[in-house]
Design a protein around this ligand. Structure first.
Ligand code: GLU
Length: 313
């Protein structure tokens, strides 16, 4: 029906119903032992619209481990503090490599390709930590998330953080490697502690979608009009999410979904339809690149139904 405005509530309901029956749900991440107990049948979706309205479906209120989605927010915070000086420590190019690759770091003298692969996010965390105790830096990150989501109840899942701290040998290797090139200023263990804890922030799809709204609204909170970042910075963060937000699956995500997005191994994805909505989806089963299998499928269905791809004329 050309010209008809697609019905968002119907689209979300149809996605929830269709995906409920899917048998192929991907594999739950187990390299962080505490994440392995997530229920692969879980699925939630929330669309926080630019006009302030919210449409939700499935387990939209269940908190999950946001993992790498936190990197969007630590980047936002660090850019606010350091501006373009941040780009001396980390690049802006897609990696085409797995999220925890060591090889690329060696070739590029300890400068991570982008702020969303693990090495890049660890370098960004190190900047936020500089001049502070780990507890203060972590408190600042958590308060920023609570402020953006307008929800002071958001917490860190300490069991997940401890689980990753015990087993995060690959991230420790990346951090030590960067330290040897002088890319990190703080003791490696402090930086890793803050990194593991911000990855372990637990949020529901509703909280996450609301926290991401400034990226869909030229840097402003649409409810209060408060400017979180300048419009140009919101555009640039979206550009990085599009090109680097899904590791070596970023091209496929752009091809299928057509929106800036950031995934986490907890099974969440935050996607931004500029000018329209901030969308959070969650399903713990992952594909081979470590991105939520049903989460991506849901976003692909949503953008097709709503005509929200940024590449649509
Ligand atoms: N904390 C996880 C790690 O560093 C984040 C990975 C992810 O969510 O993609 O391995």
């Amino acid at each position: 029906m050309s010209g008809a405005v697609p019905d968002l509530e119907a689209a979300v309901a149809e996605i929830v119903e269709t995906l409920r029956h899917r048998v192929d749900r991907g594999e739950v991440a187990s390299y962080i032992p505490e994440l392995a107990s997530a229920d692969p049948r879980a699925f939630g979706i929330v669309v926080a619209n630019a006009d302030g309205s919210v449409v939700s479906g499935g387990a939209s209120e269940t908190p999950f481990s946001i993992q790498s989605i936190s990197k969007v927010f630590t980047l936002t915070l660090a850019l606010g503090k350091f501006g373009d000086r941040l780009w001396r420590r980390v690049g802006r190019e897609p990696s085409g490599s797995p999220f925890n690759s060591v090889v690329q770091l060696e070739r590029e003298q300890g400068i991570p390709r982008n702020p969303f692969i693990n090495a890049g996010a660890i370098a960004v965390t190190d900047l936020i930590l500089s001049g502070h105790q780990p507890r203060e830096a972590l408190g600042e990150i958590l308060r920023f998330m609570q402020f953006l989501a307008d929800d002071p109840s958001i917490t860190i899942d300490r069991a997940v953080a401890a689980s990753e701290h015990r087993t995060g040998f690959r991230n420790a290797a990346l951090a030590n490697y960067m330290k040897s090139f002088g890319v990190l200023d703080n003791p490696v263990n402090f930086t890793l502690g803050v990194y593991f804890h911000h990855c372990a922030i637990a949020m529901s799809c509703r909280q996450l979608a609301i926290a991401g709204r400034f990226l869909a609204c030229d840097g402003k909170n649409p409810s209060t009009g408060f400017k979180v970042v300048p419009a140009e910075r919101a555009r640039r963060i979206n550009a990085l999410m599009l090109t680097c937000g899904h590791y070596d699956g970023s091209g496929e995500f752009a091809y299928r979904v057509g929106l800036p997005g950031k995934s986490g191994v907890g099974g969440g994805i935050l996607a931004i339809a500029p000018g329209k909505a901030s969308i959070a989806v969650w399903s713990p089963g992952l594909d081979a690149n470590g991105n939520s299998h049903l989460g991506r499928t849901a976003l692909e269905m949503l953008t097709a139904k709503m005509g929200w791809s940024i590449f649509k004329a």
